[in-house]
Design a binder for this molecule. Structure first.
Ligand SMILES: [Zn+2]
Ligand SMILES: [Zn+2]
Length: 168
């Protein structure tokens, strides 16, 4: 049976997409996509693989298939609390800018943001509940990232919004 990485590679090539194009589209690194295609199942998060499948018209794998391919637990969800960090997604809400943390599953021993070096948050800063996807804590409603960046970079925001749309 072909690995999902191989299926993704073949579907990508059928669509004449480069790894960089596809990686940009789903919001992951080209190097991670490359490793995933070569069979390293832990190179991408389940969320990203879901976005890849959606982008390529592939059926997303069932829970069990992820479990089989990914025997190691990936750690707990974490995000970078630095509002200036490029890993967080500025999304325009009316006149204001909200920041959506690009949460990911932190590996054991991973303490610092790969982009800016800030210490990662692993729980809601207000109530301590485990993190959920999105910009707000499902337990207490606190925004994970309250402060907006001083400059609203429209180009970056547009790219982020596209990436964010895939993650919903
Ligand atoms: Zn950061
Ligand atoms: Zn909370």
């Amino acid at each position: 049976m072909k690995t999902l990485g191989t299926q993704i590679r073949e579907a990508r090539l059928r669509r004449h997409l480069s790894q960089s194009d596809l990686a940009r589209q789903v919001g992951c690194r080209q190097s991670a996509l490359s490793m995933y295609e070569l069979g390293r199942a832990t190179a991408l998060s389940a969320e990203t693989v879901g976005r890849l499948c959606a982008a390529l018209g592939l059926l997303p794998p069932a829970e069990g298939e992820f479990a089989a391919e990914r025997p190691q637990p990936e750690g707990v969800r974490a995000y970078c609390p630095n509002p200036e960090c490029p890993s967080n997604l500025p999304v325009r809400v009316g006149q204001a800018v909200a920041l959506v943390p690009r949460g990911h599953l932190a590996r054991e021993g991973e303490r610092h943001c790969a982009w800016c070096g800030e210490v990662l948050e692993r729980a809601c800063p207000d109530c301590g509940a485990p993190l959920n996807p999105g910009a707000f804590c499902a337990q207490c409603g606190a925004a994970y990232l309250a402060a907006a960046p001083e400059r609203f970079d429209a180009e970056r925001a547009a790219a982020s919004e596209r990436a964010f749309a895939w993650s919903r």
